[in-house]
Design a protein around this ligand. Structure first.
Ligand code: PA5
Length: 445
């Protein structure tokens, strides 16, 4: 469950203005829910949580069990964009901040990511880790043809086959891809890998609640049933055609702010575990809204650290942004600041206070300072960082994104702009079929 607080926008958007955007948001929601808008063959995510059944969860858990039996301690999850960010965001948000540095007995597999970049050092260093691990791999690509994950998979597959033999490799590799198309599907069929299907009507950045997210999250030891339960509750709640619907309110306000000249949405959190939720949000909104020379530019920061880097600009630079703070009410752990007899650091005024109390005061102080500096503030609150609330949050932002895209007048479910870099890269790499483009592009460098 989430709360939304729009008071920090009061001095920037008048009540009648906001009300008119609520009407627009309700119309856009109708278009989305009735499936009459652009890209309506990609709105399967809108009812995805309620379509996940026990059998789908059990299939993911069966992979977890079989790899636990083999004492797999490293899972390389290969994917890029929507085929990686949701799982990465969830695992980072729910993991111990220092889990990478804890050693000891077998604690189940650790999930690391590959195929989301083309860095040679990254891949080579990953192989250092793979070589000292009991490894398995989940390769995720809806199209099954994306270059970055395909290259990473070629390397990992070859290593696993050499180390464990072809038959065992078949038990240590799982593919998540289209049900029929793409090179990955053909390869999985040929090698006999266990496969999970990404439905045709669910686009990459809307796929965290499908096996794309669920399988790596389950492998990292987190409760995917609770994640889905949170998303199911969100789906039910956010289906309501009401001006009280929090997705409608948020979509209305961000579009009202955009219309008033606030072109950047800065997603902020005071919890460093939320860093990759920020990355997930940047993809979700950036790839969905940034079209036809329109769209709110999504950026993300973690406070208080970024108050010491971006804080100056936010407070005092160009007045082109609004801030959306994802606020987590409760912590799991307690740290109380002690009194010190000498008080040389002058911090005894904090003695007896919880560190999180200081964090919350920093949050309130920042909010007021930024509003005073001309930065409207939206606060989205969850109770605690757990699977249930993350499931709620993911679905909430997806719903807002679908509504907002239609309010802007774009198709929120395609990404034609992503192709431009690929064409140039293929031409520069002399991919067969790109001969003419190769000649042209090489003249420009
Ligand atoms: O949201 C999207 O559609 C993209 O970000 C894709 O997820 C990304 O490009 C990866 O594509 P694929 O899963 O086909 O490899």
């Amino acid at each position: 469950m989430i709360n939304i607080d729009l008071k920090g926008c009061g001095q920037f958007v008048s009540k009648p203005e906001f009300d008119s955007f609520v009407e627009k948001a309700l119309s856009a929601k109708k278009v989305l829910d009735e499936g009459t808008g652009a890209g309506n063959d990609f709105i399967g995510w809108n009812h995805l949580p309620s379509s996940v059944d026990k059998q789908q969860i059990d299939e993911c858990l069966a992979v977890v069990d079989s790899w636990l039996e083999k004492e797999v301690d490293l899972v390389v999850a290969i994917g890029i964009g929507g085929s990686y960010l949701g799982a990465k965001a969830t695992i980072e948000a729910l993991s111990h901040s220092f889990s990478a540095y804890f050693h000891g007995g077998y604690r189940g597999p650790r999930v690391v990511f590959a195929g989301e970049n083309l860095s040679e050092d990254y891949m080579s260093e990953l192989m250092d880790l793979v070589e000292v691990s009991n490894v398995a791999c989940v390769v995720i690509s809806k199209s099954g043809t994306t270059t970055e994950p395909a290259v990473a998979f070629r390397l990992i597959k070859s290593y696993i086959e050499k180390k464990y033999g072809k038959k065992e490799a078949g038990e240590r590799i799982v593919a998540v891809t289209d049900k029929a198309r793409g090179a990955l599907k053909s390869l999985a069929n040929q090698e006999g890998y266990k496969t999970f299907v990404i439905e045709d009507n669910v686009g990459g950045r809307f796929s965290v609640l499908s096996p794309v997210g669920l399988l790596p999250i389950a492998l990292a030891g987190f409760d995917i049933e609770m994640l889905i339960r949170g998303a199911q509750d969100a789906e039910r709640e956010l289906m309501k055609d009401s001006s009280d619907n929090v997705a409608v309110k948020y979509a209305a306000m961000r579009n009202a702010l955009y219309a008033s000249g606030k072109k950047i949405e800065l997603f902020a959190s005071f919890n460093p575990k939320m860093q990759y939720v920020g990355e997930w949000l940047k993809q979700l909104f950036g790839e969905s809204e940034g079209k036809q020379h329109k769209g709110i530019f999504p950026a993300s920061v973690i406070f208080t650290t970024d108050l010491h880097s971006m804080g100056q600009y936010i407070q005092d630079g160009e007045r082109i942004m609004f801030e959306t703070v994802i606020s987590v009410a409760r912590t799991y752990r307690n740290v109380v600041i002690e009194s010190d007899d000498q008080n040389l650091d002058g911090l005894n005024f904090l003695a007896g206070k919880h560190l999180e109390h200081c964090n919350k005061m920093a949050q309130t102080g920042t909010r007021l300072a930024h509003i005073d500096g001309g930065v409207p503030n939206i606060e989205i609150g969850i109770e605690i960082l757990d699977e249930y609330n993350l499931g709620w949050l993911f679905y909430f932002f997806e719903k807002v994104c679908g509504i907002s895209g239609y309010m802007l007048g774009v198709n929120p479910f395609d990404q034609p702009g992503v192709e431009a870099y690929k064409k140039n890269m293929f031409a520069l790499l002399d991919k067969p079929g790109y001969e003419d483009q190769s000649k042209e592009i090489k003249k420009r460098i």
